[in-house]
Ligand binder design. Structure first.
Ligand SMILES: [Zn+2]
Length: 445
């Protein structure tokens, strides 16, 4: 089956920054067969996308889907206070709730143009099973790509950690479960489900677990992820407990290698940025979440100038209630400008973070770019509505006036969103089911 998308403003995000103002894209099965301008090739089906901009599907590199169940809590709290308030609420999580949460979070992301999602799941209440499997099921049903993680916490309050003792696990159990889930990891071009190893943070995972996780990830050839340098409080914690900065701590644990990416990295000194660049460690920048928790502003311009791969994350919906990756593109641009002036980041550089940057952070070459042979993951945006009127650069205007609901979304050539609505699921039903489950979490705070 060859289908043609014609008459669109195509933004390829290739190395040369090629844009095709009167472009066409030929899809064949799950891939892009060809793209160009001028007379299009013959196809079995043709869609006229006049008045639209086509971007690669967006890539979200940090999220906690379960948090859609607990929005708008601890509204004025900093990270540690927020976590302490929410841990006991999250202890109610089970597979049914995780499924409902993932469907909601993944649907929100799809409607914001996102085709590949990384989820950092680290809450495993005792006796609960099938949590990661539940979110994988939700992603398969919706038709989006998921990099799920077997996260973990083993450092409870009684041992100097932040989470309550009843929410932490035994190290051996964590490693065994991670190894079991690794069987679900797909390799190579077009992978739809992948698994990463992701102990939660230096203040909730022990030194032993951090080191053993890195060892396991390398033995199983999986990528490795954690939260790092999110707040000044975390830096104080590391200095007090380990006598060094969070990045020095990671270095001691053998983490600083090219298979690692870290979320936030708000508080990085110049030397740490250089270390990340030399080692090939990537960063998940989460602008709205960092602002919501008053964590600070990540040095994204400096990271990019040093050659660090930076992607964007919405982060969990308890610290960024709007799970819209297009909003994060705009936020990243505005935040970079707030820190470094109006030329600190262009609209196209911000789009790069959410496409090529995200793909690089996840170690993928088959998504985040429109080129022959890459996955047919495309986001189609209307550029003829009210909010883009008068704009002579539809690409920059899209970013400046964002966020927007995506008009059409394709993942591996399959249509997931059409005319701004999910094709593969019923949005109203997802919301209704989610509201029913979320009540279980509402009476605790
Ligand atoms: Zn996070």
């Amino acid at each position: 089956m060859r289908s043609l998308l014609a008459n669109a403003y195509v933004v390829t995000m290739d190395d040369e920054g090629t844009e095709l103002p009167a472009g066409w894209i030929l899809l064949e099965d799950e891939e892009i067969a060809a793209l160009g301008e001028g007379a299009p090739p013959k196809a079995d089906a043709v869609s006229d996308l006049r008045g639209s901009v086509v971007l690669p599907g967006l890539v979200n590199v940090h999220h906690h889907l379960y948090q859609t169940l607990t929005r708008a809590r601890a509204q004025q709290a900093d990270l540690f206070t927020w976590l302490r308030e929410l841990y006991p609420v999250w202890a109610r999580l089970d597979a049914e709730a995780e499924y409902a949460a993932a469907r909601t979070g993944l649907a929100e992301l799809a409607l914001s143009g996102c085709t590949t999602v990384f989820d950092h799941h680290y809450v495993f209440p005792r006796g609960q099973e099938g949590l990661v499997e539940a979110e994988i099921q939700a992603a398969r049903e919706l038709g989006v790509r998921l990099v799920a993680s077997r996260g973990s916490m083993d450092l409870g309050e009684s041992e100097g950690g932040l989470p309550p003792d009843e929410l932490v696990e035994e190290l051996d159990a964590v490693l065994a479960d991670t190894e079991g889930l690794a069987a679900l990891h797909e390799r190579g071009h077009g992978a739809r489900v992948q698994i990463a190893v992701a102990p939660c943070s230096p203040f909730s995972a022990s030194r032993r677990l951090m080191a053993a996780s890195a060892e396991l990830a390398r033995r199983l050839d999986l990528r490795l992820h954690t939260h790092l340098a999110e707040t000044a409080g975390e830096e104080d914690y590391c200095r007090e407990l380990f006598g060094c900065t969070p990045v020095e701590y990671l270095s001691e644990l053998g983490w600083l290698e090219g298979d690692v990416w870290c979320a936030h990295c708000v508080h990085l000194e110049e030397a740490a940025i250089e270390r990340f660049a030399r080692a090939g460690v990537g960063v998940a920048h989460c602008p709205s979440s960092n602002l919501r928790l008053g964590a600070g502003v990540a040095p994204v311009r400096q990271l990019l100038d040093a050659g660090v791969a930076v992607g964007l994350g919405v982060d969990g919906s308890a610290s960024n209630e709007r799970g819209d990756l297009f909003l994060e593109i705009k936020q990243a641009m505005l935040l970079a400008r707030g820190r470094g002036g109006p030329d600190a980041m262009t609209a196209r550089q911000a789009l790069w973070l959410a496409t090529r940057g995200g793909a690089a952070v996840l170690g993928r070459q088959d998504v985040g770019v429109l080129a022959p042979g890459t996955c047919a993951d495309l986001a189609v945006w209307r550029s003829d509505g009210l909010e883009l009127g008068g704009a002579d650069d539809p690409v920059a205007a899209l970013v400046f006036s964002g966020p927007h609901r995506v008009d059409r979304l394709f993942v591996g050539g399959r249509e997931v969103v059409r005319e701004g609505h999910l094709v593969t699921a019923d949005e109203t039903e997802i919301a209704r089911d989610h509201r029913r489950i979320a009540r279980r979490f509402a009476d605790v705070v």
